[in-house]
Write a protein that binds this ligand. Structure first.
Ligand SMILES: [Zn+2]
Length: 69
């Protein structure tokens, strides 16, 4: 068992920001991320969770937004 959160604390914390509540979760690497850190660590790599990955979806949205003229 990898215990990264305080016992009894139901809220997941960002892997990079322990003080922040995480709202995203990487199913592939099994860690929670805050909005700022919500990026796929291996976008080039095959990920079986990708079709339902909120982080990947978010990245696609970001890219679509950036690409707008
Ligand atoms: Zn973070």
């Amino acid at each position: 068992m990898d215990e990264i959160n305080n016992p009894g604390d139901e809220k997941a914390r960002c892997k990079n920001h322990p003080e922040r509540e995480s709202i995203y979760f990487c199913s592939k690497y099994k860690y929670p991320l805050c909005e700022e850190c919500a990026r796929c660590p291996d976008p080039e790599l095959y990920c079986k969770f990708r079709s339902s990955c909120i982080i990947h979806f978010l990245e696609k949205e970001r890219r679509a937004g950036n690409g707008r003229k």
